[in-house]
Ligand binder design. Sequence first.
Ligand SMILES: [Zn+2]
Length: 130
Amino acid sequence: MFEKPSSSPLAQPFVDGLSKRQLMFQRCEVCAKAQTLARYACQFCGTETLRWYESKGNGKVYSVTQVGRAPSESFKALVPYALAIVSLDEGFKLMGHTRNGVVIGDRVVAHYFEHDGQVLLRFEIASKPE
Ligand SMILES: [Zn+2]
């Protein structure tokens, strides 16, 4: 369902963006569709003309999960926490932390927080309804 942004060179622009509090995503230059994860070729038309863009960070909650058991030692301090998969307005999906009480369909916006020396994504409820 979700692949953690790895330290592979492919996902590096995403990881670098996060450390600067920017949400980067790939878009195909041929069919103009956004990719959900970093890839070498477009998942829709197969061409390799992918470019990185910065997302505005606005989206809608697609699913929410409560995490009761930390996946690693460094996350133990955060438990329990909520994770959301968000459909960003640019057309890709991304998982990030969110507030308890956020439900499917909520409009959210990307914020960032630092944990254990790492910048992480946290989707907050958007203040203005659309
Ligand atoms: Zn394409």
